[in-house]
Design a protein around this ligand. Structure first.
Ligand code: C2E
Ligand code: MG
Ligand code: MG
Ligand code: MG
Length: 277
């Protein structure tokens, strides 16, 4: 009897699964078409110095101009893109457009950062490909940074370290993204040539609420250890003036978040640059 009940449950579950599998296939199909139609586009969000709000760089964030659903953020498609392997082609399209756009609005010492999916580090020649692409775009490699996650570093640490070393030698610095959400061990971080630690938004959110104390303690520890290792620290997801002030008082030099500016198409920052000049 137990077996029969189990089987019935299995059939129900199976129908849901089947629908989900069809959605995934449909999305995968649409992603392939989107690649051909060049529907991916970089938006740029400013990275600022907290002291005076000065823009120091921009993070390039992928968007999909979907023919019927509007502009989609990565949460809507990145999972399927990664599982299907399409992320590699999608990322290259995005990186190329981001560098080309950056030529038009990045000034002086400003830089742009690209988010690198872990999969790219399975290719030992990722650095060569990236540098070839940047040079072809006309963008200065020393104005390019990349963002990797803790999971990427742990995947194949020696190979990843070699790739990052070669990129650094060419002027491309690396930041550790979403710090605090993964293994969060700064003890292995010193083994990689990193320039910056980005503290995940989940630690910044509670600042200014009753839960501020706990995350303040963690942020303080990340700042102390990062600075002792000679790493810059940027706080992600700053939404209020109070959060910004709090972080600045703690000694955090850089920030990013809706308080300073949302991700916008390159044309927005181009105009901004003109009015600043
Ligand atoms: P991430 O690299 O941690 O990027 C920061 C995310 O936080 C972005 O979400 C940004 O829009 C959002 N954000 C920035 N400030 C605030 C704020 O004040 N409040 C809130 N609530 N959110 C804020 P987005 O653009 O949806 O990107 C999500 C993730 O997708 C990124 O997280 C990154 O991991 C990934 N991603 C983005 N672009 C690319 C890409 O070109 N290639 C790859 N492989 N992954 C990408
Ligand atoms: Mg990022
Ligand atoms: Mg991040
Ligand atoms: Mg994050």
């Amino acid at each position: 009897r137990a077996k029969r009940a189990g089987r019935a449950r299995y059939v129900m579950f199976d129908e849901t699964l089947q629908r989900a599998a069809m959605d995934v296939l449909e999305l995968e199909h649409e992603l392939r078409a989107a690649l051909i139609r060049n529907e991916f586009e970089p938006f740029f969000q400013p990275l600022v110095r907290l002291e005076d709000g000065q823009i120091v760089g921009y993070e390039a964030l992928i968007r999909w101009r979907h023919p019927t659903r509007g502009v989609l953020a990565p949460g809507e498609f990145l999972g399927v893109a990664e599982e299907s392997g399409l992320i590699e082609a999608i990322d290259w399209q995005m990186y190329r457009l981001a560098c080309a756009a950056a030529v038009g609005f990045v000034r002086g010492d400003e830089f742009i950062t690209l988010n690198i999916s872990p999969r790219h580090f399975q290719n030992e020649d990722f650095d060569t490909r990236l540098l070839t692409m940047v040079e072809a775009s006309g963008f200065e490699p020393s104005r390019l940074h990349i963002e990797v996650t803790e999971g990427t570093l742990l995947g194949e640490p020696d190979a990843v370290a070699r790739i990052l070393e070669r990129l650094r030698a060419a002027g491309v610095e690396a930041a550790l993204d979403d710090f605090g959400t993964g293994y969060s061990s700064l003890s292995y971080v010193h083994r990689f040539p990193l320039k910056m630690i980005k503290i995940d938004r989940s630690f910044i959110d509670p600042l200014g609420s009753d839960a501020a104390q706990r995350s303040s303690v963690i942020i303080g520890a990340i700042l102390a250890l990062s600075h002792s290792l000679g790493l810059d620290v940027l706080a992600e997801g700053i939404e209020t003036e109070a959060q910004s002030t709090h972080l600045q008082r703690m000694g955090c030099l850089y920030g990013q978040g809706y308080h300073f500016g949302r991700p916008q198409p390159a044309a927005h920052w181009g105009r901004h640059a003109l009015t600043r000049a």
